[in-house]
Design a protein around this ligand. Structure first.
Ligand code: NOJ
Length: 534
């Protein structure tokens, strides 16, 4: 496994290429568009990018259904453009993580096209077949996880969409193919991978386990434990509890560098499409739990709130109307002052928010559209529309609003955007943010600069000092004789009992999101944060 020390200073940024920046006017973001924004990302303080899939794909699931693992989709440019991108990034000292999607391929991948022809085709065993469905599993995107294939008179397994058949990892040839794909990109210089639904690669039909099957660790070890790829950084997308997280990325495990942990993402909702009451204590307690667990077990923790599968955290758990600046900066402070690796999702750095569209035609995401079609006859339409607006993955997949020029697609494209721009784009865009007295981008930049300039924020010990107070989070980061104390007030204006050690101990205020803040005043405004340094 990679030497973790090499990655502890990373500040990652996720790019969903289709919606980031279009350079050629076809309405679709592309690699040259991304290249044109590297200066911007560098100014923000980013030193690594996780690039969502940009491989050839029929796009049933926007690139997470790959039909050629070794080439770039023409929508995004060419392999040559990709080589220029990585060269530009490396010249700036930025690392590039590609998305590795090897639980399934596209149904249009050559392997599957062959596999489905006959039972004795050499590629047939690359996938999972049965004469009768072996389980009653529902696919993640709805419907049965088993699909009938007339030519072989069998069913194949697809944990996600029908167009995403699961690979059969029991087959050593499949494992070898996955290793070869990894090696192909490593040889071209990539620094690591974000591994899509990696815990799905081992299943257990008898035990009714769609993921986290008995051979998971063996497979991951076979993929990434090899000497040749030991230097790369790997993040697994795995729905893991404490034990399995340790098993996947414990220092002695020879598997992954780290995983995403999703507990904080589930807060505030009953299910994907329905909110529920929550308390900010839940967010704090979850963060404290994982900070402590990571320290105790020497694990690397990913600090993130957003990605392309979730609506904006700010819209769900902050106040994205009257207190958009305050809550966006408070959430950023609560996460990015912790120990671990910050990951920012595109648009998050200037406070992007969810949209509201009345018409299902304005949505693209396969998960949303399938859910809508499944429910449209048994749910009142206005309820269904409000559900999908709340939970749809399209919220974070809408094109980035770079400018406030409405008739120029807000600087995203000179053409017609592939998906409608966010409904609040004329208010929430980067240009307006930079012109504002209260710029979220500028706050992010200062926060990340603080992190970069202070070893103690990157490596220091985490100590919770909240002392049971509600709706706030107070914590210290300490190393040798250096320390930071961060105070975050969530919710309403209130008095906070500050830790005794903060007072009269040589601390001074270094960053706040309220210019009115008076050093150690206990009175905190809604979503006010203050960072003190000694
Ligand atoms: C997780 C990805 O993040 C998501 O976007 C995708 O739809 C599924 N895996 C299936 O690949």
């Amino acid at each position: 496994m990679a030497n973790r020390e090499d990655f502890l200073d990373l500040i990652l940024y996720q790019v969903y290429p289709r919606s980031f920046c279009d350079s050629n006017g076809d309405g679709i973001g592309d690699l040259n568009g991304l290249r044109s924004k590297l200066d911007y990302l560098q100014e923000l303080g980013i030193n690594g990018i996780w690039l969502s899939p940009c491989y050839k794909s029929p796009n049933y699931d926007n690139g997470y259904d790959i039909s050629d693992y070794r080439d770039i989709a023409s929508d995004f440019g060419s392999l040559q453009d990709w080589k220029l991108l990585i060269a530009d990034m490396h010249a700036r000292g930025m690392k590039l993580l590609m998305d590795l999607v090897v639980n399934h391929t596209s149904s249009e991948h050559f392997w599957f096209k062959e596999a489905r022809k006959s039972r004795d085709n050499p590629y047939h065993d690359y996938y999972i077949w049965a004469e009768k469905p072996l389980t009653d599993w529902t696919a993640v995107f709805g419907g049965s996880a088993w699909e009938y294939n007339e030519a072989t008179k069998e069913y194949y397994l697809h944990s996600f969409a029908v167009q995403q058949p699961d690979l059969n990892w029991e087959n050593p040839k499949v494992r070898k193919e996955a290793c070869d794909i990894v090696d192909f990109w490593v040889n071209l210089g990539v620094d690591g991978f974000r591994c899509d639904v990696l815990d799905f690669i081992s299943k257990d039909f008898k035990e009714d386990k769609m993921l986290n099957g008995p051979r998971l660790h063996e497979y991951i070890n076979e993929l990434f434990g090899r000497d040749k790829v030991k230097h790369i950084f790997t993040i697994g997308e795995c729905q893991s509890d404490e034990k399995s997280i340790y098993d996947i990325c414990g220092k002695d495990r020879n598997e992954l560098t780290t995983v995403f942990q999703f507990d904080h993402i589930h807060i505030g909702r009953r299910n994907k499409y329905t909110p529920q009451e929550f308390s900010y204590n839940e967010i704090r307690d979850t963060l404290v739990k994982w900070q402590d667990f990571s320290a105790k077990n020497d694990l690397l923790y990913m600090l993130f709130t957003d990605n392309h599968d979730q609506p904006y955290y700010l819209s769900r758990l902050g106040n994205d109307k009257e207190l958009r600046y305050e809550s966006a900066t408070a959430l950023a402070t609560a996460f990015y002052m912790l120990k671990g690796i910050p990951l920012i999702y595109q648009g998050q750095e200037f406070g992007s928010v969810n949209s509201f569209f009345e018409d299902i035609a304005c949505f693209n995401d396969i998960e949303t559209v399938n859910y809508f079609n499944e429910k449209v006859y048994n749910k009142p339409l206005d309820l269904l529309i409000s559900e999908i607006n709340y939970g749809s993955r399209d919220n974070t997949r809408r094109p980035i609003a770079w400018t406030n020029e409405q008739n120029n697609s807000f600087g995203f494209t000179a053409g017609k955007p592939w998906l409608q721009m966010p409904t609040r784009a004329s208010e929430v865009n980067l240009q307006n943010d930079l012109l504002s007295q209260k710029s979220i981008f500028k706050f992010y930049k200062e926060l990340l600069e603080l992190r970069k300039d202070n070893f103690v924020i990157r490596r220091g010990e985490f100590i919770d000092l909240t002392n049971g107070q509600n709706d706030c989070f107070i914590f210290k980061r300490a190393l040798d004789n250096q320390s930071f104390i961060t105070v975050c007030n969530f919710k309403n204006k209130k008095d906070i009992t500050l830790p005794k050690e903060l007072l009269n101990n040589g601390y001074s205020l270094v960053l706040t999101n309220y210019p009115s803040r008076k050093d150690f005043s206990p009175a905190f405004e809604p979503f006010e944060v203050a960072i003190y340094k000694k």
